[in-house]
Design a binder for this molecule. Structure first.
Ligand code: TMP
Length: 205
């Protein structure tokens, strides 16, 4: 039985999501909660190895279904090994990306069926769904300019791909308005986090 609280952060590459992820983690920790902060793909020893294969810029031949299954393989491990046990112990789990990334990137971005990806992830995660998801919303054309020179395989994708991913996130946000909070990321880090805190305070009190 899940007792804890599961929070995920989402957005296109360069949205500033990981900076906000760290602020969220620190804020919840300072409030005295027992917190587990992880990233997807990765987060476990096996998952980090899978992450290395997925993001290696040399793996240019990777088929989109191979990519999909590698992401879900890493997630299966992460949920079973870390997320489920932590939630069962009543901890707060904050995860940098989760199933919505799979739907946005491999579904809307790569053209695989979003419905199939949702179903596949139900099997992979035993239908684990976040209690709260932040979508860090910024025009992908602006976001992409924030990326550093050493881009990984996904970051190296075309602007059209990142635009499709972004449109996918917008669709997910409108499909799940209760769970997904859309945060305007065109402002300063501090201003963005002020909005985030409003939703965090609602859920952690
Ligand atoms: P990160 O740099 O935010 O850790 O994410 C790694 C990359 O993997 C990023 O470009 C988004 C992508 N991704 C997917 O394509 N599908 C997924 O299911 C996940 C979790 C991430």
């Amino acid at each position: 039985m899940k007792k804890g609280l599961f929070i995920t952060v989402e957005g296109t590459d360069g949205s500033g999501k990981t900076t906000q992820f760290r602020l969220i983690r620190d804020y919840i920790r300072e409030k005295g909660f027992d917190i587990v902060a992880v990233r997807d793909p990765g987060g476990t020893e096996i998952g980090e190895k899978i992450r290395g294969i997925i993001l290696d810029p040399e793996n240019t031949e990777m088929e989109r279904r191979t990519e999909l299954l590698l992401y879900t393989a890493s997630r299966a491990q992460l949920v079973a090994q870390l997320i489920r046990p932590a939630l069962e112990e009543g901890k707060v789990v904050v995860c940098d990306r989760f199933v919505d990334s799979n739907v946005a990137y491999q579904g809307y971005g790569r053209g695989l069926s979003p419905e199939f990806i949702f179903e596949l992830n139900k099997a992979v995660t035993d239908s684990l769904c976040p209690d709260l998801t932040f979508f860090f919303d910024i025009d992908p054309k602006i976001a992409i300019t924030r990326l550093q020179n050493s881009a990984d395989r996904l970051e190296n994708e075309s602007i059209d791909f990142h635009k499709r991913v972004y449109d996918g996130y917008c669709k997910i946000a409108s499909d799940f308005p209760g769970r997904v909070k859309r945060i305007d990321c065109t402002r300063s880090i501090e201003e963005v986090f002020e909005d985030v805190k409003v939703y965090l305070d609602e859920i952690i009190g």
